[in-house]
Ligand binder design. Structure first.
Ligand code: PMP
Length: 404
């Protein structure tokens, strides 16, 4: 059993009041709040081990390096990767995908094809488009069914001998759809294509097992899973990463530099140019400790209770449409009120203390497929409560009365 009152005490941000009302934070899909354990770990790094990593023989530098490298080992263990060299620290999911797009696409030849899905975040579309233009690659996108699930039959028909990569989200940031990534990866592998999974929306709710999925790449951001901002991970299979050229050049990523030529460092450093956010990376250990302590499986079960309750109550509001109704859904609800602009709904909810996200959610191709410009979106985290859901429903009912 989760002790939600205790968990809430770990998140001081939840004590805020907005317009004289207790804040209800439902914008967890964009970013989650951070517990004091993680903030304390960041404070510890700044006050005790603020020395640049990997470059110093002195004690402080070695301690900073140890904090970073033990965080790498913890991430490896968390996602069940085989080797620490397969864990590359980035600024986030976006940078992780850009890394693969810039580097892996250099191994492809003109006319090769990449498969995406219509529900991808711009972070998993635009980097591929940039490289496609540069290298003469072709992008195809899989459609979705009415309930927001992937059309698997359509997916299978998109493969050809030229398909070299599939890039798809584990969980949609708009629809909440949990994609059958293991099955989709196996299909791609049958055609000899590599697979990149955008795990940004999965990692706060499930612990991905990259070896079980058999993903070639898996990207995610810590700020969405109660961790520090500005840090993400690219997992990549060692044999593929070894073949890929560096993404950025600079310090840390070289073995030897001269004007006659430069040789590059081994994995993972080949892909980690410059000084990383080593203090933040050090706090990843505290982040994963926290996720272990609250137990993601219980959290996920609890969040699904909130999802079911909110969905049932929202369906009773006249004129409300929910986008994404698959069985296997993450605790995300995107919706619109007929005749009301999503911004107006968001602003009226904010005035009642409820923080929600509005707009296209960086998924304009999906909006186009749904025939809308945007939605209001809520998402649940471990600290949300049934009382907050009830309050949200009454606030939303007031919005509907005012706007429809
Ligand atoms: N992919 C998905 C599915 C996301 O939801 C997000 C964040 N909204 C991203 C990628 C990008 O993540 P970040 O901004 O942390 O790089």
């Amino acid at each position: 059993m989760l002790d939600i009152a205790k968990i809430r005490r770990d998140f001081p941000a939840l004590n805020r009041e907005l317009y004289g009302k207790p804040m209800v934070y439902f914008d967890n899909v964009a970013t989650s709040q951070t517990p004091r354990q993680v903030v304390s770990a960041i404070e510890y790094g700044y006050y005790n081990a603020k020395a640049n990593v990997h470059r110093g023989v002195h004690t402080l530098s070695q301690e900073a390096t140890n904090l970073q490298e033990s965080a790498r080992e913890r991430v490896r263990e968390w996602i069940n990767a085989a080797f620490n060299e397969e864990i590359i620290f980035t600024r986030g999911t976006t940078e992780a995908i850009n890394l693969v797009a810039s580097s892996y696409c250099q191994l492809l030849t003109e006319g090769d094809e990449i498969i995406l899905t219509v529900m991808e975040h711009h972070a998993n579309i635009v980097p591929w488009q940039i490289q496609a233009n540069r290298c003469g690659l072709k992008i195809k996108a899989v459609d979705i069914n009415e309930d927001g699930s992937i059309d698997i039959n359509k997916y299978q028909t998109l493969f050809s001998s030229k398909t070299k990569l599939v890039a798809l989200c584990h969980v949609s940031n708009v629809l909440g759809t949990v994609n059958p990534i293991k099955e989709m990866t196996a299909i791609a592998h049958k055609y000899g294509a590599k697979v990149l999974i955008d795990g940004a929306q999965a990692v706060a709710h499930v612990r991905p097992d990259v070896r079980d999925i058999d993903a070639d790449f898996y990207a995610f951001s810590f700020h969405k899973m109660y961790g520090p901002t500005g840090i993400g991970v690219l997992y990549g299979k060692r044999d593929i990463l070894s073949l890929m050229p560096p993404y950025q050049g600079g310090g840390e990523m070289i073995s030897h530099v001269s004007f006659d030529g430069t040789s590059f460092a081994d994995l993972p450093y080949k892909f980690e140019a410059g000084t990383p956010d080593f203090v933040g990376i050090g706090a990843i250990t505290a982040t994963l400790d926290y996720l272990k302590e609250i137990d993601l499986e219980s959290v996920s079960h609890y969040e699904h209770g909130l999802l079911a309750m909110a969905t049932e109550e929202m369906m009773k509001i006249d004129g409300l449409t929910i986008y994404g109704t698959t069985e296997n859904k993450s605790p995300v609800i995107s919706f619109n009120l007929a005749g009301a602009h999503h911004y107006d709904v968001g602003m009226l909810l904010d005035k009642q203390g409820v923080e929600v996200r509005t707009g296209h959610h960086c998924a304009q191709p999906l909006m186009h497929a749904l025939g809308i410009e945007g939605t209001v979106r809520i998402g649940f985290a471990t600290y949300n409560t049934a009382e907050e859901v009830k309050y949200f429903i009454s606030a939303l009912t007031r919005c509907a009365a005012l706007l429809i």
